[in-house]
Write a protein that binds this ligand. Sequence first.
Ligand code: HEM
Length: 408
Amino acid sequence: MSRPPDMAAPEPGPGNQPCPSPFPMPAPGSVGPPPEYAVLRRSCPLARVATPFGAPAWCVTRYDDVRKLLADDRFVRPTIDDWPLDADVTARGPGLVTMMELDGPRHAALRQALAEPFSVRATRQRRPSLRATADRLLGPITADGPPGDLVSGFCEPFPLLVVCELVGIPYAERATFLAAADAALGALVTLEEGREATHQLRSYMSSLLERHRRAPGGDILSSLVEAGERGAVDEESVLSFGLSMLVAGYRTTTMFLANAVLALLTEPDQYERLLDDRALLPTAVDELLRFLPVQNGVIVLQAREDVAVHGHTIRAGEAVLPVLAAANRDEGTFPEADRLVLDRQANPHLAFGRGPHNCIGAHLARAQLSVGLEALLDHFPRLRLTGQPPTWEDHSPVRSPLTLPVTW
Ligand code: HEM
């Protein structure tokens, strides 16, 4: 892993002081990004903020800085429910160690074992089955007639069905893990019930791995269990991967899909544009990924040593939030950054992160988004919002509509 040089020199003037302020949140009933990002990017690129859960952190908003930080091995990702860190951490039992918190050779071995099932080639082969899943969900909505809710009918079940089948998680058992997975993700914001959720997820995944050991199938968990028996990966890493799938494998895609549909139906003529020109879908998907702030600021890094940034020192142990959604709106990298330009050509967005922990599911996510949107265009060429406002959960910085009332 390479260590980047120190970040850009600070701008002159009072603008580069670390300004303490609350972590910016999207306005209620909206996905964001909050307007404060632009202010911070311009005048306070390394800002001291109070996070929603009270702990202080450094907030980084410029594209070049975020890009470097994500791949800087002087920072680690603290365990989801062990942050903010305090003296009692070790007394609280095992945390939710996902792939993101693994490092070094164990992490590299796991990435290698997963390279093929998440490759471009494997994902391309899976596209017809993704389309069949989308059609299976949209068919009944069409048959029932308008109006309908696209979140419960499609945006939620589609990514979950896809991941369950690929990874080897029984969809029929979703009631056992969905609530705990959401509580563990919620722990990023409130820490409430995070420990209990972690315990439930670990014991569910351990028992599922045991079932795959006894009766292997053609899924990723079975092949990882086998790789574990050969010694290619260690057992705790296999568990970490399974836990990652429960908390990261579908929720991001669900939220993103709901936000994408809302954006396409809200921005004038964008849905029609895709209807008329399906060849735009690949660039449109990447532009939506850049434009929509699914991850407003939930990647938490912790400095292993003192690091100088913009003339200030991030001390060892301090937390840093590289805000992908702010980086993706940086005018220095993306001309007309606040416009959704479906045919944008150069688009080096950071929606999937960067460096050794970049999103292993990026090809799959792109395929799901593109197949999912295409299926919607085919089933509902006259899709539009009903006028009844979507509902939102406004406490989290990670936002998507909980309902999406549509008609056609
Ligand atoms: C729109 C959908 C998605 C978005 C925006 C997204 C975004 C991200 C980001 C930003 C990271 C890096 C986090 C970090 O640096 O700490 C990440 C990591 C990860 N993502 Fe995704 N993701 C999406 C879908 C998926 C899917 C579909 C899967 C798998 C089925 C997946 C599995 C993972 C895993 C396992 C990691 C951790 C990789 C590692 O630590 O080596 N993601 N994702």
